[in-house]
Design a protein around this ligand. Structure first.
Ligand code: SF4
Length: 451
């Protein structure tokens, strides 16, 4: 029997995409993939380090996995992803339950590393760089997280070095994938019946492939704008992209969306703070006004574009006045939704050395106040969808009711409606009849004629 591998994924879409690639490589190398740690011979934890104490969670999870099978001497446990890259050897020092540590650029070498452990080598570790020019980006359809929606990494790493963020250290410098590879992947997904792709990266606007052959025929103010038009030209019904960085967000992105109906009505543009003073401490490289100009352009689009953002409250040195400016910006931007994070210190980042971290009580009260302001405008935005018909990609049955289906609109809203499961994977029109804070409810009108 082939050895069975279970990969448990934490964190962002990039980690999901990495796990899909890892699973593809392992299956090609003769392993089976399974969906439970209980029956696996090899358990891999693909970790995230964005939040504080991430490594503690890893140790806890390893403890649980080992405790479930205390006498199984053949069980192999590996840590991969951002915590592995950042903590390295320390993981072995702090837990005897780890056999292998695999950095963020060593995913392709997993089969070889596992083999080394199976041959008896102790504490196998690889924090090295990618094998330049030989990266395996291909993902088998069976390993994808959905048969309808696929994540396509277009750029990895980040050169921005925002003072609070660990990503440039855990993921390394920016590296863009060649356009031909991306287009080939989209075409392949199209032929397999996929209806939606998400072009993903820590900062997709920075997309700058070394060889731009294939992009010249598509107009665009930046390589990313050209890429958007090139991907749109494949005919993939729905294309989303995330995450955008304000400083690199060129207005031509909005023009590309306006020109191509299959580029979806959603932009995620994290601002992090509404105060110039805090933005400077965060080393974001943009000011409040720069950001608001971009928002104005998005809001003035001929398409109704949904807008989402990320905001940190309680950044070191954030005063009440700074926070009021964030509240004011959030009111002004009228976001469809925001992700609010209480500042969490990440060792090794410049912000970790800053004084004046807000006390927990202040952090909590700012979080709640911002949440309440956002809920107010979000309520109004969601209510405004009632009576409108949205094009929805049906992704699955609802976990609450077997008679209901769930999907996303092109504006990235969760939409629930009664329907039969044979519609899964179809793009349908849904008339919205009710709005809740984070989701919409409606009834099927017909199959969508509009992507
Ligand atoms: S842009 Fe800033 S917040 Fe985003 S990944 Fe890069 S360093 Fe982190």
């Amino acid at each position: 029997m082939k050895p069975r591998v279970y990969i448990e994924t934490f964190g962002c879409q990039m980690n999901v995409a990495d796990s899909e690639r890892a699973a593809t490589g392992l299956r090609e190398s003769g392993y089976d993939l399974c969906d439970s740690a209980d029956i696996a011979d090899i358990v891999l934890l693909n970790t995230c380090s964005v939040r504080e104490r991430a490594e503690h969670k890893v140790y806890t999870r390893i403890g649980e996995v080992r405790a479930a099978r205390p006498n199984d001497r053949n069980l192999m446990v590996g840590v991969m992803g951002c915590v592995a890259q950042l903590e390295g050897e320390t993981l072995f020092d702090n837990s005897s339950g780890i056999d292998m540590v695999v950095g963020t650029r060593a995913t392709d070498r997993l089969p070889v590393l596992i083999e080394r452990v199976r041959e008896g080598e102790k504490k196998v570790i690889d924090l090295g760089e990618r094998d330049e020019g030989q990266e395996a980006w291909n993902v088998s359809p069976v390993e994808r997280h959905s048969p309808h929606v696929a994540f396509i990494p277009i750029i990895e790493g980040c050169n921005k070095f925002c003072s609070f963020c660990i990503v440039p250290y855990s993921r390394g410098r920016e590296r863009s994938r060649p356009v031909s590879e991306i287009i080939d992947e989209v075409n392949k997904l199209l032929s397999l019946g996929y209806k939606e792709v998400h072009l993903i990266g820590q900062n997709v606007n920075s997309y700058r492939p070394r060889i731009e052959a294939g992009l010249e025929q598509f107009p665009g103010a930046t390589p990313f704008c050209r890429l958007l038009r090139a991907v749109a030209a494949t005919g993939m019904p729905r294309i989303k992209f995330t995450t955008s960085f304000p400083r690199d967000f060129h207005p031509d992105i909005v023009t590309a969306i306006e020109e191509n109906p299959n580029l979806c009505n959603w932009i995620h543009l994290p601002v992090q703070s509404g105060s110039d003073r805090v933005l400077k401490l965060m080393r974001r490289g943009h000011k409040r006004d720069d950001y608001l100009k971009r928002i104005e352009h998005i809001k003035n689009s001929s398409r109704r574009l949904a807008l989402t953002s990320d905001i940190i409250v309680g950044f070191p040195g954030e005063t009440d006045e700074d926070f009021q400016q964030t509240l004011d910006l959030v009111r002004q931007c009228e976001y469809d939704s925001i992700y609010i994070f209480k500042y969490s210190k990440r060792a090794g980042t410049p912000a970790a050395k800053l004084p004046d971290t807000a006390p927990d009580a202040v952090m909590k009260s700012r979080f709640l106040e911002l949440e309440s302001v956002q809920k107010h405008s979000q309520r109004r935005i969601y209510d405004s969808y009632v009576g409108r018909t949205l094009s929805v990609l049906v992704e699955r049955n609802s976990s609450r009711s077997h008679n209901d289906l769930v999907g996303h609109s092109t504006c990235h809203k969760v939409v629930n409606f009664p329907g039969e499961s044979h519609l899964e994977g179809e793009i349908v029109d849904v008339l919205v009849t009710q709005a809740k804070t984070n989701s919409l409810y409606g009834k099927l009108v017909n199959r969508s004629s509009v992507a």
